[in-house]
Write a protein that binds this ligand. Structure first.
Ligand code: C2E
Ligand code: CA
Ligand code: CA
Ligand code: CA
Length: 278
């Protein structure tokens, strides 16, 4: 992203003005990005903690903007969400990730794919239909697809969100609640969500060391997940100490720089081919 240095116009709140200008800049660059097809997908592996087996890859969007250069998702996804452009970007991410994932299923390997879906995209009336079409088009096994959603979908209409989750699960896929622990899901709230898995937020894992209070926090989150029969994926695992604590605590799956960084489709396929077949 460009800095807006050199601006000498005096306004009441230069910070706010700057942010609005940046937003606008990203928005117009996004429109061009869609037109010019500037979005790519990288894949980060997730592993079964107990036996180290490769379980699936999470698809992560990358944008090399002709106008702004590389823009990280944390900068452009929120703006794409607010402007509605996420629907088209997300649709393309899903389609191209499924196309790549299809090649993993060769030679008897059953490697899954996780795709991030933003609330706006998830709640669109045509979303389930577009997922069904993308699955059919790619010839990918629905039971190997996991959609990662966030609590944002429950804010407007809880019942509608629940119905939507069920509709998607009927296609055979699974639903994981991302960034778990950062929002306001209480136990009773969580109990009403028909999800299959939770992804424990990176912030918990980064504080995780043998002598930290976070251990007991993670422990109680895991107990809660277990009571609700939810699979637990932890993200942001960077050290062997964190991994061994998570193993000790009985967490199911792990993802993070220690185990594998987001990588190109070619490298992901190599990783699949190098993994033991069943
Ligand atoms: P997320 O879904 O929580 O994805 C995990 C983020 O953590 C990714 O950042 C990943 O590269 C990063 N990460 C993975 N392992 C580690 C680690 O060990 N340490 C640290 N420090 N970071 C790690 P990324 O790719 O920059 O994506 C940021 C966020 O942007 C994602 O957070 C997700 O919310 C959003 N995003 C990315 N791609 C998409 C997409 O296609 N659609 C939607 N709706 N959102 C997306
Ligand atoms: Ca995610
Ligand atoms: Ca996350
Ligand atoms: Ca996140």
């Amino acid at each position: 992203a460009r800095s807006r240095g050199g601006d000498s116009i005096c306004v009441a709140d230069p910070h706010l003005r700057d942010r609005a200008a940046q937003r606008h800049q990203i928005e117009s660059a996004l429109l061009r990005g869609i037109r010019e097809n500037e979005f790519r997908v990288v894949f980060q592996p997730q592993f079964h903690i107990s036996d180290g087996r490769l379980v699936r890859f999470e698809a992560l969007c990358r944008w090399n903007s002709g106008e702004l250069g590389m823009v990280p998702p944390d900068r452009f996804i929120p703006i794409a969400e607010q402007t509605g452009l996420i629907a088209e970007i997300g649709r393309r991410v899903l389609i191209s990730a499924l196309q790549e994932a299809k090649s993993w299923l060769q030679n008897g390997r059953r490697i899954g794919l996780a795709v991030n879906i933003s609330p706006m995209q998830f709640m669109r009336p045509d979303f389930p239909q577009s997922v069904a079409e993308a699955l059919a088009e790619a010839g990918f096994a629905p039971e190997l697809l996991e959609l990662e959603i966030t609590e944002g979908i429950f804010i407007r209409d809880l019942n509608l969100a629940i119905a939507r989750i069920r509709e998607l699960q009927r296609l055979g896929l699974s639903i994981a609640l991302d960034d778990f622990g950062t929002g306001y899901s209480s136990l009773s709230y969580l109990q009403r969500m028909p999800i299959d898995a939770v992804k424990l937020d990176r912030s918990f894992v980064s504080d995780l060391s043998i002598d930290s209070a976070t251990v007991s926090m993670v422990q109680s989150v895991l107990a809660m997940a277990r009571a609700l029969k939810l699979r637990v994926v932890t993200e942001g695992v960077e050290t062997t100490e964190q991994l061994s604590i998570l193993r000790e605590l009985g967490c199911d799956e792990a993802q993070g720089y220690l185990l594998g960084r987001p990588e190109s489709a070619e490298m992901a396929l190599q990783r699949v081919l190098n993994s033991p077949s069943e």
